[in-house]
Design a protein around this ligand. Structure first.
Ligand SMILES: [Zn+2]
Length: 324
């Protein structure tokens, strides 16, 4: 079974799946201190409407990669899922480009107060037992590396994600910056820790048109997240389409995952800025625009099916774990 906000589902129930999305991107400090500025009911209503559009576009399942550090809020997204037909798989992990949270800097093997690594404990419990008392289990793990590289803080998170993967088998999703070719660094670390790189999705790989780099990452077995359609500043939409079409021509469709990394609501992108600058940065665009545009570029139905459905099963199905 695959864990979702509404309980376990069979791999055959995944259907068309977007593997890198968000319902909410929040700042937990703002939510706790200024709840009146962010009324729950409004957030839930707009997210339900957004997921209705996602469903109407032809999508059955999303992976919500919002982890701690980007405002994961399981009670809130559960209220959304209860009113939606879309299956939502949630993640555990910690999102930082630089510092680990202070409790992780002080507690853990080799740190001031010693003891077991608190991040590993949290990540494993989220997957195996559930997230606090919500009854919801996380289905995937996530970490990020970006322009600071693998700092001590980022390393603590990577270490805990690798440990939690080795204990639970849950797939690992990353945030990477392909302009720095750092998906390769992520693979180096995971490989050194003994992970099977076919269980790793190198996120935001679609931010580059550098085919040589993408092939190097893919040839080591990982999936590539072509997952930010509509986020124009990183790479224009048409270049993203070109890159995916080219990778399909080269035979990599079985390792590509299509998604947008957008959200129903983000505190980082106010609505007006988003409508003005990023009008296509919306999850329904994968089925409404990306898939037809790839077809126009000559990508076959079989390759499209792999990228929006088949590959997600291979990433998310727990049965894949026992084959390690
Ligand atoms: Zn994301």
């Amino acid at each position: 079974m695959i864990s979702t906000l509404k309980g376990g589902i069979e791999p055959s129930e995944l259907g068309a799946t977007l593997t890198h999305e968000h319902i909410f991107v929040l700042n937990a400090e703002l939510v706790v201190n200024y709840p009146s500025r962010f009324p729950d009911d409004d957030l839930v209503d707009r997210a339900v409407r957004y997921l209705d559009e996602v469903k109407a576009s032809g999508i059955d399942t999303i992976v919500d990669l919002t982890v701690m550090g980007t405002g994961r809020n399981i009670p809130l997204v559960t209220r959304v899922a209860e009113r939606s037909e879309v299956n939502v798989i949630v993640a555990t992990g910690w999102y930082t480009y630089h510092e680990a949270p202070a409790f992780a800097n002080l507690n853990g093997p080799g740190r001031l107060l010693g003891g077991p690594d608190p991040l590993t404990e949290i990540f494993v419990r989220d997957i195996v037992e559930g997230i606090d008392d919500t009854g919801v289990k996380a289905g995937v793990l996530k970490f990020a590396t970006d322009h600071y590289g693998i700092t001590d803080g980022v390393f603590y998170i990577m270490q805990a994600v690798a440990d939690a993967h080795l204990e639970t088998g849950a797939p690992v999703f990353t945030h990477s910056d392909p302009k720095q070719r750092n998906g390769l660094d992520q693979q180096d670390y995971m490989e050194k820790r003994g992970l099977d790189l076919t269980r790793v999705v190198i996120g935001h790989s679609g931010d580059t048109g550098d085919i040589d780099y993408l092939r190097r990452v893919a040839d080591r077995g990982s999936f590539l997240g072509m997952d930010r359609f509509g986020l124009e500043a990183r790479l224009p939409y048409d270049e993203r389409i070109d890159t995916v079409a080219r990778m399909c021509e080269l035979g990599y469709a079985s390792q590509l995952l299509l998604s947008t990394d957008s959200s129903a609501y983000s505190m980082n992108f106010p609505d007006e800025a988003r409508q003005e600058r990023l009008p296509r940065w919306r999850a329904p665009e994968v089925m409404n625009s990306v898939v037809p545009d790839l077809r126009t570029r000559g990508v076959s139905d079989a390759d499209i099916h792999a990228m929006v459905a088949g590959n997600a099963v291979r990433v998310l199905d727990p049965a894949q774990r026992s084959q390690e």
